[in-house]
Design a protein around this ligand. Structure first.
Ligand SMILES: *Cc1c(COP(=O)(O)O)cnc(C)c1O
Length: 464
């Protein structure tokens, strides 16, 4: 491979620093340091502008489910661009890619989730959901049902609506979030917040916060509950087994709508088409994006049950995006779904790759710096700790150890992300056992280096 048409890294970094504002980044500091410039990718591996290869433990941003370099998707995009690069679906028109993708999603989705409202991203889809559930209740003659209950440390995107549904304190601190009518309950994070009770008891207790919140607000004021089957951006928080059945019971009891945000857990990441199937839950709406196109094109949407879709259909829904159901994005998504299905990628995750990852990742639990190492499907996380037995937090500012660990990981050519002092991965679903072995070897080396560094700096101290 040649890099002859790419300027040297330092030059690219200088241009980037001068003009490009990165999301979720302190751009001043990044400008000083220089971004790592990714130029190519194939399978589960990225190549940077120096020609160095990295294992992408995060599948981009949890999205490249089928891996990089699938030329079928490029061909599908090119074909569609030549035939019909754009048309809208607003004014009593439709086009073939959008209607075929909607039908395919209806076929794959569980239960009577038979209708799709398209968006350009997961955030947009969640904005749609806010308006859709409130409009649903208004059409049902219960307009006072407006409050949406969500969770602290949940992630539902970065628009005003998505960021408000999300429970990220750092996001709420900027720009006037959350918008009115959204309240948050606590997350089912046993390792970090469960204290002395068992995970099962804790899962029940956290689920019952939903019931307490509904009763406090008055059920007649509550429109919906939204949650990720497994929290992603919050640190790959896997709920105790007792959690989701209790949530389902509460949602059923009070007749509120359940929105499963499947932006990460959809399209095979938990070994089923949707995380809701993996947990046996029955949402009225699922948010989708990311793996829908394996990230090859920006597209998202809301998959909606018969009852909600038919009710919304009784009146004009004054909502939509220029790129709702974009034909090129929809054509690429269809090709992505074809590959996921025909190559049995999701079955392989469930029966082979995820169990392999669980064992390999779980082996990191014996490391002196690791408090827990857990996974579900192709999402995995570990907690860094100065004191395993106590599940202790560090004395240093939360995220300090995690950031150091992430830097070592990047240096070892493994993309592993940190959320506070949790380290997380969510690799492409096509990762092989041999690749997983290599990933684990780099992760273990990273933990060793982090441990030695924290020790040398006197930072292996627990918070008081
Ligand atoms: C990424 C994500 C979103 C937001 O999707 P964007 O495409 O970035 O707008 C919403 N919900 C969850 C669970 C996500 O992980």
């Amino acid at each position: 491979m040649t890099l002859t048409n790419i300027p040297p890294t330092a030059e690219l970094q200088a241009i980037d620093a001068a003009h490009h504002m990165h999301p979720f980044t302190a751009n001043g500091a990044l400008g000083q340091k220089g971004a790592r410039i990714i130029t190519r990718a194939e399978g589960v591996r990225l190549t940077d502008s120096d020609g160095t290869e990295l294992i992408d433990g995060m599948a981009g941003l949890w999205c490249v489910n089928i891996g990089y370099g699938r030329t079928e998707l490029a061909d599908a995009a090119a074909r569609q661009m030549r035939e019909l690069p754009y048309y809208n679906t607003f004014f009593q028109t439709s086009h073939v890619p959008a209607l075929r993708l909607a039908a395919k999603l209806a076929e794959l989705a569980p239960g009577d989730l038979n209708h799709v409202f398209f968006a350009g991203s997961g955030s947009e889809a969640n904005d749609t959901n806010i308006r859709m559930v409130r409009q649903y209740w208004a059409l049902k003659g219960q307009p006072e049902r407006r409050v949406i209950i969500a969770r602290r440390n949940g992630y539902h995107g970065s628009t005003m609506g998505g960021g408000s549904l999300g429970g990220m304190a750092a996001m709420h601190a900027q720009g006037g979030l959350p918008i009115p009518g959204i309240v948050h309950i606590d997350q089912p994070y046993w390792y970090g917040e469960g204290g002395a009770i068992t995970p099962e008891e804790f899962g029940l207790a956290r689920a019952r916060q939903l019931e307490e919140q509904i009763l406090a607000l008055g059920a007649e004021n509550v429109a919906a509950f939204i949650a990720e089957p497994v929290q992603g951006a919050g640190g790959v928080i896997i709920p105790p087994d007792s959690y989701w059945p209790e949530i389902q019971r509460i949602v059923d009891t009070y007749g509120i709508l359940l929105i499963a945000d499947e932006v990460i857990t959809g399209f095979g990441r938990l070994g089923h088409w949707f995380g809701s199937q993996s947990y046996g839950i029955r949402p009225h709406i699922m948010t989708i994006a990311k793996g829908l196109s394996s990230g090859y094109q920006p597209i998202g949407g809301s998959v909606v049950c018969d009852e909600v879709a038919h009710t919304i259909g009784q009146d004009e829904f004054n909502h939509g995006y220029t790129y709702s159901g974009h034909p090129v994005a929809a054509a690429v998504a269809l090709e992505n779904l074809r590959i996921l299905e025909e190559e049995n990628i999701i079955d392989r995750v469930r029966t082979a790759t995820a169990p392999y990852l669980a064992q390999a990742w779980g082996s990191l639990a014996d490391h002196p710096l690791v408090g827990e190492a857990v996974s579900r499907g192709m999402m995995a996380s570990l907690a860094l700790t100065p004191d395993k037995a106590a599940r202790a937090k560090f004395q240093a500012e939360p995220g300090t150890a995690g950031y150091i660990c992430r830097e070592f990981s990047f240096g070892n050519n493994l993309v592993m992300r940190h959320v506070g002092d949790r380290m997380i991965i969510a690799p492409p679903l096509v990762i092989t056992p041999a690749d997983i072995d290599e990933l684990i070897e780099r992760a273990r080396r990273t933990l060793d280096q982090t441990h030695a560094h924290l020790q040398a700096e006197g930072m292996l101290k627990a918070a008081a």
